[in-house]
Design a protein around this ligand. Sequence first.
Ligand code: SF4
Length: 247
Amino acid sequence: MSRQTPEAKAAPTTRQQPLEAEQEAFGSLPPRNFCAELYDRMSAAYGPQNWWPGDSVYEIMVGAILTQNTQWTNVEKAIRSMKEMGILEPRKIASLPLDTVKAAIKDAGCYNQKATRLKNLTAFLIEKNLDFFRLRKAETAVLRNELLGVNGIGKETADSILLYALGHPVFVVDAYTKRLFSRLRYRWMAKGSYDEIADFFHHQFPRDAVRYNEFHALIVFHSKYYCRVRPGCASCVLKDLCYYDQS
Ligand code: SF4
């Protein structure tokens, strides 16, 4: 008889069979909800992450675009440059020539693409009258679809904007999440689709923006400093929960 664990019950239907098979292969699970245990341990070890850095809703959105395929230090440089030029405001970005925006964000890399995406997102926000209060109150699924309709905004960026700029309860899936969780226990995540992985986390925790915010930030911290490409398992606070070959 197959074991029914909290994780197995919560997993997306399409992944139910592989997930149970993996759990059978690995033996008994910790008694507590696995993700809650990870959250508590990382939270105790690393403290509050205070994400996402930014002085305004718009700055957080800009950061969500600029951070695509680059390190955060480069995003910080680009944002500093925009501030020094006095252009980190939607109406200014909308009115400036594309080349000026490109020059301002050069440090973030891929500036041709990112400047266009920034302009596209800004045009969308202006269409919405820059009414961030209404965007916060909007139906999450509807707003997500609208954001995904903006040229150059993919799922990870849309969800980062929804969660970190607007406080919608969506889980952000990134490469760190996939790497960590596929090593810990859920091997299917290495090849899982964005939506399958996001659904998994939506089932693990009640829809709670504060919790999703902090959990994702903790995953990023842990993955940057411990569960790197070459992981530092010896000092990892999750090592007794992890099925990765740590030898
Ligand atoms: S034990 Fe190693 S592989 Fe597992 S989570 Fe920690 S750092 Fe990553």
